[in-house]
Design a protein around this ligand. Structure first.
Ligand SMILES: [Zn+2]
Length: 357
């Protein structure tokens, strides 16, 4: 079985060569055999690149070499809905725009309706593959980024409005329009088609090279994207009572991330649903739902949040969730995230791996 682990190059493996070797040894001895490092953000790259990031600092090469020496596979995390090397004006033009047509977009998140923006995702993947001998590519944030807002504030950027006109004969779409099933169906479908189109192009790049393709997926396929803590429920919904949530507005489907369909299409070598939760029953409920949807179409590596935005769990609670996952039928686990792992974690993980190999 595989134990994957997300790590952040700006936080992890940044000390001396000796310290970095020690951390890498701990990972290996703890049974971690796949590292999923975040190697870029919107403006900064931590790998050698020909793309125009605001800053470039190569800390990835050393991590890759040290991991390979220890037989640990490295599948860098690619955030495909990005935009680099374009003017601020163009960034604003292509950003998600929740306001009224004619007013000024905030220039916050890139809207995935722009082919040019999706092209950047494909470019990032080809750039990494040209520069590094990686074992896999791991996609994160492969979706529209207007999380939780898309139905209440449907995007009004030029690309979206062009699509509304083409598909619906409407210059714009309001939240009321999206209560009409036919309109909602078309709205979700074009968003899914756009993300799917990019994933297919990435798959075509990666597959001939024998490189694995995987992804971090939303935990709730039909409803909320992440199992939410009471604090986050409060923030998003103004309530801590789960039954009062409006699950639909956070759906992975609304974000264009139909990862269950991608599994059945054979696009992913493994999928890591981000089942982060401090409640092990809730964690297991989510995972079982996902396994029932995916069936045997793709290996599921259960995403366990040792420390995440929903809270922190102990090393033994992490391993309990991992054991639950294996019993339920997961093919492996993926831990979020490396920085929090200490001696107790590595010892417990090593014992877990021995018992499940
Ligand atoms: Zn848009």
């Amino acid at each position: 079985m595989d134990i994957a682990c997300w790590c952040h190059l700006e936080r992890d493996f940044k000390g001396s060569d000796e310290e970095t070797r020690q951390r890498m040894d701990q990972a290996m001895e703890g049974g971690i055999n796949i590292l999923l490092p975040f190697i870029h953000s919107r403006g900064n790259a931590r790998y050698r690149t020909r793309l125009k990031y605001e800053s470039v600092q190569d800390t990835f090469s050393r991590v890759l070499a040290l991991a390979k020496e220890r037989g640990i596979e490295v599948h860098p995390v690619v955030l495909p809905i990005s935009a680099m090397g374009i003017s601020d004006q163009e960034k604003v033009r292509r950003s998600y725009f929740p306001g009224k047509p004619g007013t000024k977009p905030p220039g916050r998140q890139m809207c995935a309706s722009w082919k040019e923006t999706r092209d950047t995702g494909v470019l990032i993947v080809s750039d990494i593959m040209e520069n590094y001998d990686v074992d896999g590519i791991h996609l994160d944030g492969v979706r529209y980024h207007d999380t939780g807002e898309s139905l209440e504030h449907p995007c009004q950027c030029e690309a979206c409005r062009q699509k509304y006109m083409e598909l619906l004969g409407m210059d714009t779409v309001s939240p009321e329009d999206l209560k009409v099933p036919g309109i909602l169906h078309k709205f979700i479908q074009f968003r899914e088609d756009n993300i799917h189109e990019m994933v297919l192009r990435i798959r075509d790049l990666v597959k001939p090279k024998g490189i694995k393709l995987s992804m971090a997926s939303r935990a709730h396929y039909l409803g909320t994207p992440l199992p939410l803590s009471p604090a986050l429920l409060e923030r998003y919904f103004g309530t801590s009572r789960k039954e009062e949530q409006d699950w639909g507005k956070f759906s992975s489907m609304v974000e264009g991330q139909d990862w269950v369909a991608w599994a059945h299409e054979g696009l992913m070598d493994y999928i890591c649903p981000m089942n982060y939760s401090t409640d092990s029953d809730f964690h297991l409920m989510r995972l079982k739902e996902q396994l029932a949807l995916v069936k045997s179409s793709a290996p599921i590596y259960d995403g366990i949040g040792r420390k995440s935005s929903v809270g922190e769990i102990s090393p033994s609670e992490m391993v309990k969730q991992a054991e639950d996952a294996m019993k339920a039928g997961a093919a492996g686990i993926a831990i979020f995230h490396f920085n929090i792992l200490g001696n107790d974690d590595f010892r417990e993980l090593a014992a877990f791996k021995r018992a499940n190999s």
